[in-house]
Ligand binder design. Structure first.
Ligand code: GDP
Length: 385
């Protein structure tokens, strides 16, 4: 089971000068406030805010956000007021807790209405402080991880809402690490039979696929080494839900989906990215139309990478992603990767600049094409009301 100690260790790894006393104070405050409350699992309630704080620490967020994660439910669920939070932890943490509490309170009659309204409020809140959204995503992720304790009806509802709203939100913010986990967990509860079936099928063919990928990695590593490009090459299993979506969209069986497993090449510099691409294309023939240069043209969620699909050594296609380590961090953590965890004045100024930039980026009016794409994902027409 997770502990405060584990949380502290995670934070100290990326922020050795973090104010651990402040964090402990937030933990003790939350633990006190929730004392006696239980999760449906029967565990003490504090395990939930603690798990959220750990997810936020894995995103390497600043200590105030982690503290707000610990405290996010106290105003809603206990006698503690926002003024208490402000007195003890300052206005920044209080504002975040308030933002999360407000989002949690939204309840509407029909599901459609609830989602559309939620969406708008979410974005309004985000324009003020995007960290509120990150806490909300962490909250949803932990609720999904512990969804087995809920009724079947509730499981389906949460899964559906996650696929329609929270996973696309994580996508939009570029936080793929969370997006993938949200999707796979939701898929498991929304379509339990399809999920289990696909999982089994993939497990059955895993050994053969991995053998092939290892061969690709070996050949590529050899050539990169020969031209002095330092690289780490990883075999990359794709998340189940994206495979399932491809099967449904393209009406194909698993055996006809070629990029079930792919290869990722991590290098030090942009120059090496293009160098590695050249090597891959001399080793194997690229499939026309499958090359994408998201380094020269980053996606609106800031994702950067080179993508190509080649006909690999045994004649089967392999997808290859090439990026620098810095790009890799953004690919996994998205917006959260841009956070400064510096404490004090300088840190705050940096944060202000980032937030101003984010507001601009998230402004739908200035981003009509992407907004449409996003809305299509969500199947909600924001402009209809
Ligand atoms: P697709 O196969 O037609 O979707 O072509 P893409 O080249 O756009 O994407 C290929 C794979 O790259 C996807 O299946 C994802 O695994 C990954 N990918 C695409 N966009 C993103 C992104 O914004 N962030 C991250 N982390 N991965 C992405």
């Amino acid at each position: 089971m997770s502990s405060l100690f584990e949380l502290e260790q995670k934070i100290l790894l990326y922020n050795p000068s973090a104010d651990i006393a402040f964090l402990r104070k937030a933990y003790n405050f939350a633990e006190n406030a929730h004392r006696g409350q239980k999760r449906i699992s029967g565990e003490d309630y504090i395990v939930h805010p603690l798990a959220i704080a750990i997810i936020l620490a894995e995103l390497q967020l600043d200590i105030k956000t982690v503290a707000a994660g610990l405290l996010h439910d106290v105003v809603e669920d206990t006698g503690v007021t926002l003024a208490d939070i402000e007195n003890n932890f300052g206005s920044e943490v209080a504002r975040m807790v308030d933002g999360v509490t407000k989002l949690g309170k939204l309840q509407f009659q029909s599901r459609e209405e609830r989602q559309a309204e939620n969406l708008r409020k979410m974005f309004l809140a985000m324009a003020k402080d995007i960290r509120v959204i990150l806490i909300k995503l962490a909250d949803r992720l932990h609720n999904l991880r512990t969804l087995q304790f809920q009724s079947e009806r509730k499981q389906k509802e949460v899964a559906e809402e996650t696929l329609v709203f929270f996973a696309p939100l994580a996508h939009r913010l570029g936080i793929y690490k969370i997006k993938w986990e949200l999707e796979d967990l939701s898929f498991r509860y929304k379509e339990p039979e399809q999920y289990q079936h696909l999982k089994m099928q993939i497990a059955k063919t895993r050994a053969k696929r991995e053998e092939y990928i290892q061969e690709v990695i070996r050949l590529l590593a050899e050539k990169l080494n020969a031209v002095n490009i330092r690289a780490e090459i990883q075999g990359r299993p794709k998340n189940l839900y994206s495979i399932y979506q491809k099967m449904v969209e393209q009406q194909k069986e698993l055996k006809d989906i070629f990029d079930v497993q792919a290869v990722r090449v991590l290098v030090d510099t942009v120059k090496d990215c293009y160098g590695a691409l050249g090597i891959a294309h001399t080793l194997w023939k690229p499939i026309p139309g499958r090359f994408k240069d998201y380094i020269a043209m980053p996606k609106s969620n800031m994702y950067q990478s080179l993508h190509t699909t080649v006909i690999g050594p045994n004649g089967e296609p392999v997808e290859i992603q090439i990026r620098t380590w810095d790009m890799h961090r953004v690919a996994e953590y998205g917006i959260a990767a841009h956070w400064k965890y510096k404490e004090g004045k300088q840190g705050d100024q940096d944060l202000d600049k980032k937030l101003a930039w984010l507001r601009q980026m998230m402004d739908f009016q200035h981003d009509a094409r992407d907004a449409r794409e996003f809305m299509e994902n969500l199947k909600i027409d924001l402009f209809s009301q």
